[in-house]
Design a binder for this molecule. Structure first.
Ligand SMILES: Nc1ncnc2c1ncn2[C@@H]1O[C@H](COP(=O)(O)OP(=O)(O)O)[C@@H](O)[C@H]1O
Ligand SMILES: [Mg+2]
Length: 347
């Protein structure tokens, strides 16, 4: 028999994690152009670090809205990395996997005696929450990603979590969410938004539009969709609602820099003495940005495009012994090219 009473948990933070400015700086290094959202997260972490987060509810509940590929999921990963040292150190529920009512039941597991009880380990257990902490902090980050895809019963289940910070599992044990930051991401209203984002005369026109107007428009489209989908009680229990803005050219260029920096770090880290430099010309950057970004899908494809068109061809050259240690690998091209020209120049 399992114990039905919840395990008491210590609500005090383990020891202080990164100072708030460091936390913001660490997240800003990973997430480009969404400062408002990042700034709104910090005070909740601080409240927890100070030991002053209210009892009986999660430390913070955030609803991240806005067009696809603008950094909503990345934000939560960046927070996990800043707090726990790895972007994977979070409990992630991909709501697309819970589109049917019976799938939602998997989150809490079947009651004892029910068919399938033994096979169903609930996905939202106290152990799983605790596993999403680290040496540095005992605050768990929980991500319900793309919440609009889940069956409606997930909303009911979440309501209790958001309100009382507890969830009753099928086996009658209780999970405590008082030491958790809960993130809900959603593309709700995305269709309405893409009307705003696909102006008559192309991507650049979008960037020319005053951002404040656009931001207000997207916010109201998103909120209208949220109110249609979630009850007022549900919306009331959310602490912060952020609407992510589409990324402009400057932001997309910075994201490309982040991806190229990651690649350069990987080369140094993995190849050590055999490392080489990578230079990407302006035209080659345009090639990558043209294929990897769009007003509709944001920067979603950029990583894949960089992999396919830059990292994989360079890896093939390395595997064939064509890149000598200390060489400079240059990628050149232009937006309209079929592929990049990549050449290793020995030093
Ligand atoms: N604002 C951003 N800052 C940095 N990278 C971003 C940003 N937006 C998108 N990306 C890149 O695109 C990928 C997909 O973004 P993601 O956060 O998953 O989008 P969504 O808003 O749909 O959740 C990320 O893994 C990252 O490489
Ligand atoms: Mg996402």
């Amino acid at each position: 028999m399992r114990n039905a009473t919840p395990t008491p948990i210590n609500l005090r933070p383990k020891r202080s994690v990164a100072a708030p400015n460091d936390l913001l700086a660490a997240m800003s290094r990973q997430v480009v152009g969404q400062d408002g959202s990042l700034e709104s997260i910090v005070p909740y972490v601080q409240m927890y670090q100070a030991g002053l987060a209210p009892e009986g509810r999660p430390v913070g509940v955030f609803l991240l809205l806005g067009p696809t590929g603008t950094g909503k999921t990345r934000t939560v990963e960046a927070l996990a990395e800043a707090m726990h040292g790895s972007p994977k150190n979070l409990l992630r529920i991909d709501c697309g996997e819970f589109q049917m009512e019976h799938e939602v039941a998997k989150l809490i597991g079947a009651p004892p005696g029910y068919l399938g009880h033994r096979e169903t380990t609930p996905l939202l257990t106290q152990q799983k929450l605790n596993a999403a902490t680290s040496e540095r902090s005992n605050l768990s980050i929980i991500l319900f990603d793309e919440i609009e895809k889940a069956a409606l019963s997930l909303n009911r289940l979440l309501l209790g979590v958001l309100d009382k910070a507890t969830l009753k599992l099928g086996d009658n044990t209780t999970v405590n969410f008082e030491r958790s930051l809960i993130f809900l991401t959603s593309n709700l209203g995305a269709r309405g938004m893409s009307g705003e984002l696909r102006p008559d005369f192309g991507f650049d026109a979008l960037v020319q539009k005053p951002r404040r107007n656009l931001s207000r428009k997207l916010e109201s489209i998103a909120m209208r969709a949220v109110k249609k989908r979630f009850s007022p009680e549900f919306v009331n229990r959310v602490d912060v609602i952020s609407t992510y803005l589409p990324l402009d050219n400057t932001a997309l260029n910075r994201i490309l820099d982040l991806l190229l920096d990651d690649f350069r770090r990987l080369i140094l880290h993995r190849l050590g003495q055999r490392a080489f430099a990578v230079e990407v010309s302006r035209g080659a950057r345009e090639f990558l940005l043209k294929r990897g970004t769009s007003p509709e899908y944001g920067a979603r494809e950029l990583k894949r495009v960089v992999h396919r068109n830059l990292i994989q061809p360079i890896a093939a050259m390395v595997a064939q012994g064509l890149v000598l240690p200390g060489a400079i690998v240059c990628a050149e091209g232009k937006a309209s090219d079929e592929k990049l020209r990549i050449e290793a120049i020995p030093v």
